[in-house]
Design a protein around this ligand. Sequence first.
Ligand SMILES: [Zn+2]
Length: 68
Amino acid sequence: MCEEKTRLTEVYGDATGKFSHSVNELQEKVGKSSIEEYERFRRASEEWRVHSEQARLALEQHVAAHKC
Ligand SMILES: [Zn+2]
């Protein structure tokens, strides 16, 4: 097992977990919070979505380049 692949897989799993958590949080805020607060959570969620997407790409690129 490639160490870098293991690391990238963990980063991806972490980012994906945080993204899904942030989506749940966001859904809880609907109708219960101010527009500003909702917007803050929406942006945080969007950032985690981008992070997890980047982590997935990094993992795919590593696997393609390293053939691991
Ligand atoms: Zn590798």
